[in-house]
Design a protein around this ligand. Structure first.
Ligand code: NOJ
Length: 732
């Protein structure tokens, strides 16, 4: 079996320094380290008029706070660290956290978009840039990456995820953890916080915070691999999820927090609860009181209490009464102090307030990265009669729709620090690209917001403007999608259609018979089979961040040849959900009456996982296997040649999938085991090889042991989960 190892960071020196501090701390001070508050929450209590921040300042002065999050910049961070330095005995700096999900001030594409690049190395760079920007504001702890395998587009948090596949998510998990954990100098370093551990993406019916019920097999096969990867990459913390696993909410779940995380994986960092999750133990109905909730969480291995204040209120008493051993508190405090020491906060808790010039210079560099990331995030779904790329000169282009000249929504969910004025709208991106060589006609048509999701909003005057813009043009670019408030936390939907009057807008424009290019700016995959009737080209552009308009224009005009591939299956209808490629055969695969099918729909998706078009064509040939027969501990490899047969340079994302044909437990029809990017000039051929060994072949057998079982394996190499050439390997 392959040896897996966790990157060791808790050195004997760090441990010793932490232990020496602990030996001098009072119980209250220790529990203070385990306590975290949201600084941005309700600054003034509306009932009492008391400033919550003043109360928190008092708590900080008394050494009763270990971490704060949601501060607003370097000055505020320094002010609070000064309270610690001037008023507390042991001067243990605050660990300042923040939700830095896809960029800080420079907003990069939402994670689901970045996942569409199938380029973890690029995510490493965006994560690093985000950490550097936030670090300059005193943030030493970013609550990212979000690595919940997400298979339900109704769930708004799919936008924050890497999509449906454990391997793709695992590769991004490692890159994101490594990229975001900057370690420049003492006090110039950041910790990551992979989340939400575990299973949060499987909320029933796609409704956020809903019950999760999953087998240990699914947990270990699908949900945990990205977390294991994060731990092995050296993640300094992990956030426990809101949901229950096997009836026990994650922050009180010993099986998750101890058995798996500590005993099996050797994780040494901080386990933080999610927001107010200790309080929610009472709401879930597993704790009858605050004290009980506190006891359950701390004994299960939750080191830090996010915002409920329960630890601070009750833990000292529980220790004094012997209900919680003092050693449990010491162990949690050791982890928290170790992370602070590792980040160099004890040496340098303050940050230098960056000069305007320095901040500006960094922004320029990050803006170029934002454009690169946005270009790679775009997935071309349809391009009939090669309507794309568009000509820049001599043409007339209509740019229509609620997202055409919109600078807010491309920021996406979780972009509190991004500013709409930094966003390049699609209209502006197109105008910059064509200059004076093409005529551009703009009309908004209708607006879209959560409050008007079902409303029409399309007046006759609007329609007239839209038709006027379209009539004057050779081609219509329709910017459609969802506003930023429609995805992210607590933003579940029951429909996967375009909200508001957008379909009417499409139909009205289509009646003119001009070629339509639909640009979908959404936080989730939308089920729009009807759109194919009207749009010659469809581009999934997600919420792309500050460089949205430039990147989309780059693709529209062929300055960037699209290379994005779907990290999620796109359903035909909400009724097919959950639909994902990594599914089981069942005893009755689809194929007629009394099979696993629908009487009113195909079981096939609209677009499969891994799918995406290019302006060039790639031909796969010569799939070969190095050893068609190997032993259980043997190795083989599968390779292909890919040729760019078009006349444009392009990038193909070559994907390799496996199926274990007969095993002791049912296996998925296909499982992604590798992928690579080939950048090919016209006429050029490239070679892709994928290793086949224990890591790719092993399954959890009926006794839950990782085993390579003898038998036949089918291996596909191709451009997406629904196609490709196959070979077989026999394991003897
Ligand atoms: C709740 C969310 O689930 C989590 O992702 C986030 O980091 C915390 N709130 C803090 O804002």
């Amino acid at each position: 079996m392959t040896e897996r190892s966790t990157r060791a960071w808790l050195t004997p020196e760090i441990r010793q320094q932490a232990e020496q501090l602990i030996a001098r701390m009072s119980l209250d001070e220790k529990v203070g380290q385990m306590t975290q508050y949201d600084w941005g929450f309700n600054p003034i209590n509306p009932e009492t008029g008391v400033s919550v921040r003043d109360l928190l300042r008092d708590e900080i002065r008394q050494g009763r706070v270990g971490s704060i999050f949601n501060l607003s910049g370097a000055e505020e961070a320094n002010e609070l660290q000064r309270l610690i330095a001037e008023h507390t005995e042991h001067r243990i700096p605050l660990l300042i956290g923040r939700d830095v999900i896809h960029g800080y001030k420079t907003v990069f594409p939402i994670p689901l978009a970045q996942a569409s690049a199938w380029n973890p190395a690029l995510a490493y760079r965006t994560a690093e840039a985000a950490s550097r920007e936030s670090m300059a504001d005193g943030v030493a702890w970013v609550f990212a990456p979000m690595i919940d395998v997400s298979r339900d587009p109704r769930w708004g948090r799919i936008a924050e995820s890497i999509g449906e596949d454990p391997l793709l998510t695992s590769q991004y998990s490692r890159a994101w953890v490594e990229g975001s954990q900057v370690a420049d100098a003492p006090g110039q370093a950041t910790a990551s916080c992979p989340k939400h551990y575990a299973g949060y993406g499987l909320a029933e019916a796609g409704r956020d915070y809903n019950t999760v019920d999953l087998s240990d097999r699914e947990l270990r096969d699908v949900i945990l691999p990205p977390f294991r990867e994060a731990v092995e990459a050296g993640a300094l913390s992990i956030m426990a999820s809101f949901n229950e696993i096997n009836g026990i909410p994650a922050c009180a779940n010993e099986y998750l927090l101890k058995t798996i995380l500590r005993d099996e994986w050797g994780f040494e960092g901080i386990v933080a609860s999610d927001y107010n999750a200790l309080q929610e133990l009472i709401v879930h109905g597993v704790a009858g009181s605050e004290e009980e909730a506190c006891e359950l969480a701390v004994l299960a291995g939750c080191d830090m209490d996010m915002h409920s204040g329960f630890y601070m209120r009750h833990l000292p008493k529980l220790v004094r009464e012997g209900r919680v051993p003092a050693s449990v508190v010491d162990t949690s405090v050791l982890r928290i102090l170790a992370v602070k020491i590792k980040l160099g906060l004890l040496e340098q808790p303050f940050v230098e307030v960056p000069s305007v010039e320095a901040a500006e210079a960094a922004r320029v560099q990050f803006t170029a990265l934002a454009r690169e990331a946005a270009q790679q995030s775009i997935v071309l779904l349809r391009n009939e009669a090669q309507v794309l790329p568009l000509q820049k000169s001599g043409s007339s282009i209509a740019v229509i729709g609620p997202f055409a000249h919109n600078r807010k929504d491309p920021l996406g969910c979780w972009a509190f620090d991004g500013k709409p004025e930094d966003v390049v709208s699609l209209l502006d991106g197109i105008r910059h690209a064509v200059g004076s060589s093409a005529a551009v006609h703009y009309a908004e048509g209708c607006s879209v917001s959560v409050d008007t999701m079902a409303a029409s909003g399309l007046t006759e005057a609007n329609i007239e403007q839209v038709l006027e813009a379209a009539r004057q043009s050779d081609v219509v670019v329709l910017a459609l999608g969802e506003s930023l408030e429609m995805s992210g936390e607590s933003r579940s939907r029951t429909s996967l259609d375009l909200p508001g009057a957008q379909r009417q807008l499409v139909e009205a424009v289509a009646a003119l018979g001009k070629p339509i290019v639909a640009v979908l700016m959404s936080g989730r995959p939308l089920a729009l089979p009807w759109l194919e009737q009207y749009a010659s080209a469809i581009m999934q552009a997600w919420h792309l961040g500050v460089q949205s308009g430039n990147a989309i224009a780059d693709v529209l005009f062929g300055d960037y040849n699209p290379s994005g591939r779907l990290p999620v299956t796109v359903p035909r209808s909400v009724g097919q959900v959950p639909i994902y490629y990594y599914r089981k055969k069942t005893g009755r695969p689809p194929g007629g009456v009394y099979s696993s099918y629908y009487i009113d729909s195909t079981t096939e998706p609209l677009y499969p996982f891994g799918y995406g078009l290019s302006y060039t064509a790639f031909q796969y040939s010569a799939i070969t296997v190095s050893d068609a027969s190997i032993g259980v501990a043997g190795k083989s490899s599968v390779s292909v040649t890919v040729t760019n047969t078009g006349d444009t340079a392009g990038t193909e994302i070559v994907q390799c999938y496996i199926r274990d044909e007969v095993a002791s437990v049912t296996q998925p029809l296909k499982k992604l085991i590798g992928f690579c990017r080939l950048q090919l000039a016209p006429g050029e051929s490239g070679y892709a090889a994928f290793e086949i060994g224990e890591r790719q072949l092993a399954i959890l057998d009926k006794d839950m042991k990782r085993t390579v079982e003898p038998g036949r394996f089918t291996i596909w190499v191709g451009p997406n989960a629904s196609s490709g050439d196959a070979v077989s390997i026999v394991v003897e």
